[in-house]
Design a binder for this molecule. Structure first.
Ligand code: ASP
Length: 322
């Protein structure tokens, strides 16, 4: 295969890592789009199903084989280590990771913050199992490989349904549609169209926190929970968690607030009690888009989704523990 926009100066070796997901899933019938078993096909089988890749230098590695709803700290650590190892190889030009769509945004956010690679690390997923009449996995995998091999790409990206997303911005916003992702107000950073990429915005950037930040034994990671503010909220759940510091005491709380990250007064009072007990509390908006405009600094607010904010708070709490 020739890549239309391939960069001849970029090292040619590509690595494709498998972690499972629907892209590797099988259903009993080709018409079944939801009743399937994720994470059954190995990464070699997924690559072998794409004859278009013939001629490219691709090596594969199965890092995990899970439904990404079950993503764990231990698998994140393994994936980050394997990525760091391959990124350090001078002959490797880019890396693709197949992943379930459910927690793709959390993994992408974590990897960009920790590794911030100058080479592309392109995550991809599928919304239909490999057995489906309308399997989207093969095209998504091909597109991700094209992005990983093409000039001008870097950082942690995700490629799904022909769109290129920043690993710091994407979020899953639909249960079933093939184009299930968006990036809040930001939009995609580019598109893959018939083997060519168009880029509209810069690649994700920032200084890497470094692998050491996440090397702590997974059982010792700070416990950070997500709760929401809603009609009828009170502080009962916060007080209950504070009263029961087992198995791990609560270190952080992310609160998905209404609108501009606002909090029900009763919940807010309980959150102040949590802060007084030493819990780091962050608030963000449950709306899914738009910046949070801060008027009250007593509980810090971030313009991240609750799921990104939870990862960000964990990374911050891990600081100094390495
Ligand atoms: N539950 C699946 C997963 O996240 C969904 C998917 O891959 O689309 O692994």
């Amino acid at each position: 295969m020739t890549l239309p926009s391939a960069d001849s100066s970029r090292p040619q070796q590509l690595v494709v890592l498998g972690t499972g997901g629907t892209i590797a899933g099988n259903a009993a019938s080709a018409t079944d789009a939801t009743g399937y078993r994720a994470a059954e096909r190995g990464i070699e089988e997924l690559i072998a199903a794409l004859p278009a890749l013939e001629g490219l230098r691709i090596e594969t590695e199965q890092v995990a084989q899970i439904d990404s709803k079950n993503m764990s700290i231990a698998i994140w650590q393994r994936l980050a280590r394997v990525l760091a190892m391959h990124l350090a190889r001078p002959e490797v030009g880019g890396i693709v990771v197949t992943h379930g769509s459910d927690t793709l945004e959390e993994t992408a956010y974590l990897l960009q913050r920790v590794l911030a690679p100058s080479k592309p690390v392109v995550l991809t997923a599928a919304m239909r199992p490999a057995t489906s009449l309308q399997a989207d996995g093969p095209q998504n995998l091909l597109d991700a490989i094209i992005v990983a091999a093409t000039a001008g790409t870097s950082g942690v990206l995700a490629v799904v349904a022909g769109r290129i997303w920043s690993g710091l911005e994407l979020r899953k916003v639909h249960v079933l549609q093939l184009d299930a992702f968006d990036a809040g107000d930001a939009g995609p950073i580019g598109a893959v169209e018939d083997g060519r990429i168009r880029l509209w915005r810069p690649m994700p950037a920032g200084a890497p926190l470094g692998l050491a930040r996440i090397e702590r034994e997974s059982s010792g990671w700070p416990r950070v929970e997500i709760i929401a503010s809603h009609a009828g909220s009170d502080g009962a759940i916060v007080d209950a968690v504070l009263a029961k510091p087992q198995p791990t005491p609560l270190a952080g709380l992310v609160v998905a607030g209404t609108g501009n990250a606002t909090l029900h007064a009763e919940l807010e009072a309980a959150l102040w009690r949590a802060q007084a007990a030493g819990v780091r509390v962050w608030r963000c908006s449950r709306t899914g888009a738009g910046p949070v405009i801060v008027h009250d600094e007593r509980i810090p607010a971030v313009s991240l989704t609750p799921w990104q904010a939870r990862v960000a708070l964990q990374l911050e709490l891990l600081e100094g523990e390495t």
